[in-house]
Structures are given as structure tokens and as C-alpha cells.
Design a protein around this ligand. Structure first.
Ligand code: SF4
Length: 368
């Protein structure tokens, strides 16, 4: 075992890329402390200066009506359900006013794939929001919605993304990646975009220079090999982005939350990710994804202590002081923080908190 870790220590210390097979050996054989040490070195090389990013944004769900019925989701409703909704202009106004009052300027717009809503609905919504709140940044939708709209409207990914961008889309979240393996997707989200579709939409977004994020929801039906395969697919796609374009700005992984989901209640697949396993995933991701600059710890799902430790094992960002979040919250008990607590957590972990924007660039904080 020492041979493997020593050899890979030398590779990562020299900034050399590890292969998927080497990542798997590390996952299976290296002690967690060794993995965290290796990943921390990569983080220091990419982000000298001991700074950790955070931001303020607000999640608003466009609609909870969705035809996909992913087996890990208990947020979606069918059309006609008593509690089905499409968010109204008045609701956007009041939610955005609260965001702006807190000093935030990014709206994370997510939700279901509602068969009654077409591309015109989304472009109209983005235009209205941008004309009412010109400084607002829209981090909205995700590859599954783009792939679905392209199919429904008989358009290319390029044309759908261009229409959304022209209407006000600033960046595309990596939503709906789960695990990029069609074997796993057939089990957990059979009606959603395939691996090739998810990657195809992202490839087009990178060509258009829309900043994107890469994600992973793990700890359900996948094997460790499939987690590593997922990382390799992301790395390959990032390698292929046009020079000078943002591509994936960050990678965020979170464990599957099982409460009230079909996966847990019908299929017997429960959340089983321990803090140690999450930290192992963060470290391996930092080592594999040498071409994705930022790695965000999911404080919302893993909580304060594990997120703090992850900053010493590859992560350089704690994400957002999320004012509202409904999809993860529906299946677990998310950890929420206010701006002062967020800064204190980062300081207590031994780092300098830096408020950042959507592109992970520092912003001036009022009062600082
Ligand atoms: S996770 Fe998203 S796509 Fe899947 S059922 Fe829920 S809302 Fe729909």
C-alpha cells in the first residue's frame, strides 16, 4: 500500500494528473488523512493565500410541477395536485426584495420540468426579472431542463441556450447530474436527461461561454467506480472547453438525503454517507478535477463541522448563505447560516472569509 500512496504523493505533489484507475486505488487504499493532505496541497497550489469563499443568494423554485418523478425527489408534484404551484410575479418581487435587502444579487432559479411551460415561458420570465431588477444575476435551470425544452421545441441545445442567455440567463447550474452513469440514472431518475444529454448541454454552454457548475449527488445506487467515472467525464469535458472560456467554474458534491423519497421507502436505498466518506469524496474530487478551479463544500447538507474539516482536505468555498431552498430541504434537515455565522465558521476553521460573486471573484462587502 505504501508503494501506491508514495507514488501518487509524488505525482500530485509535482502537479501531475492522476488517472481514474489511480484515483480508485487511492479511494480504496489510502488512509483518509493521507488523501486530505494530498488534496490540501492541490488546494493551496490553486488558491494560495488561505482564503475561503462564500456568497449570498436566494433559491426560488419556478414550479414544483414535474413529469420526471425522480425517485430521490419528494419536492415534485403532478399538475392538478392541491399544493402544485407556478411562482407568480408578485412572489418573485417580494423574494427578490428580501434578497437585495440582505445585500445579495444572485437568484438561483430551479424547479420541476412542468409540461405546460415552454421556452417562451422561461425567456419571458427572465426578461421580466431583468427589466425589473437590472443588477440581478440569474443562475437558472440546468441541463435536464435545457435538454427537455430542446426536445419539446424541436430546437438544438445551442439555440435553446442562446435564447435563454439573450433573455437574461447569466450562468447554468450543474443541476441534475446526480451520477453520470446511465445504469444509475435508470434506477434513480429514469425520465431525466441521460449522461450524454447532460454532458451535451454542458458542452454547448461552454462553447457559448456561459459559466457553469459541476455537481454530484452520491450515496444511493452507485458504486465507487461510478463516482470516479463521473469525475473523469467532468474532467474530460472541461479539457474540451474552448480556451479562455469559463467552463465549469466549480464542483459541488452532496450526499443523497432520503426522507420521504421513493428510493428510501420503496426501494430500500437509504442515506449512508458518513462524514469520513464525504471527506474522502471531496479529497478525491480535488485530486481528479485538476482543471476545475473551485471546490465547494456543501454546508447545507453536511453541516458545519464536516464542512469546516473539508476546507483542510480540498475545498476552498462554503457556498451560499441560502435564503430559501426547497428541493434538498424536502428530503432532509438542511444546515442554514446567516452572513456573520458563515464568516465566523470560515474564521474558526483557520481561513480568511472572502465574499465572492457568481464567477468566484471577490466582491467588496459593505461595512468592511
Ligand atoms: S429532482 Fe428535479 S427533475 Fe427530478 S422529479 Fe424533482 S423536480 Fe423533477
Amino acid at each position: 500500500m505504501m508503494g501506491v500512496t508514495e507514488h501518487l504523493y509524488n505525482k500530485t505533489a509535482g502537479g501531475e494528473r492522476i488517472t481514474a484507475a489511480e484515483a480508485l486505488s487511492l479511494w480504496e487504499e489510502a488512509p483518509l488523512a493521507m488523501l486530505m493532505y494530498l488534496a490540501d496541497n492541490v488546494r493551496k497550489r490553486l488558491h494560495p493565500g488561505n482564503m475561503v469563499g462564500w456568497m449570498i443568494d436566494r433559491n426560488v423554485n419556478i414550479t414544483n410541477i414535474c413529469f420526471s418523478h425522480c425517485r430521490f425527489c419528494n419536492f415534485c408534484r403532478t399538475e392538478g395536485s392541491e399544493d402544485a404551484y407556478v411562482t407568480t410575479d408578485e412572489e418573485y418581487d417580494s423574494k427578490i426584495s428580501e434578497l437585495v435587502a440582505l445585500g445579495g444579487d444572485q437568484l438561483l432559479l430551479q424547479g420541476g420540468m412542468n409540461p405546460s411551460l415552454g421556452l417562451d415561458f422561461y425567456t419571458g420570465l427572465f426578461r421580466r426579472l431583468k427589466s425589473r431588477w437590472p443588477g440581478l444575476k440569474l443562475h437558472a435551470m440546468g441541463p435536464p431542463e435545457v435538454a427537455w425544452l430542446a426536445r419539446a421545441e424541436r430546437m438544438s441545445y445551442h439555440d435553446v441556450l442562446t435564447a435563454l442567455r439573450d433573455a437574461g440567463l447569466d450562468s447554468l447550474p450543474g443541476a441534475g447530474a446526480e451520477i453520470l452513469s446511465d445504469r444509475v440514472r435508470r434506477t434513480v431518475s429514469p425520465a431525466k436527461a441521460t449522461t450524454a444529454e447532460w454532458l451535451g448541454v454542458m458542452r454547448e454552454a461552454h462553447r457559448l461561454n456561459l459559466p457553469t457548475s459541476a455537481t454530484m449527488m452520491f450515496g444511493h445506487a452507485e458504486t465507487v467506480e461510478e463516482r470516479i467515472e463521473h469525475l473523469e467525464l467532468l474532467r474530460k469535458l472541461q479539457d474540451a472547453k474552448p480556451r479562455g472560456h469559463d467552463g465549469f467554474v466549480t464542483f459541488i458534491a452532496w450526499p443523497f438525503m432520503d426522507r420521504g423519497t421513493k428510493l428510501a421507502e420503496k426501494d430500500g436505498i437509504r442515506s449512508r454517507v458518513t462524514a469520513a466518506e464525504y471527506l474522502r469524496l471531496v479529497a478525491i474530487s480535488r485530486l481528479m478535477l485538476d482543471n476545475i478551479p473551485n471546490l465547494q463544500a456543501s454546508i447545507l447538507t453536511v453541516g458545519k463541522e464536516t464542512a469546516m474539516i473539508s476546507l483542510h482536505g480540498g475545498a476552498n468555498d462554503l457556498g451560499s448563505v441560502m435564503i430559501e431552498e426547497n428541493v434538498v430541504s424536502a428530503a432532509g434537515d438542511p444546515f442554514r447560516v446567516d452572513p456573520e455565522t458563515m464568516k465566523q465558521i470560515i474564521t474558526d476553521a483557520g481561513f480568511i472569509p472572502v465574499r465572492r460573486d457568481q464567477r468566484y471573484l471577490p466582491v467588496e462587502e459593505q461595512g468592511n
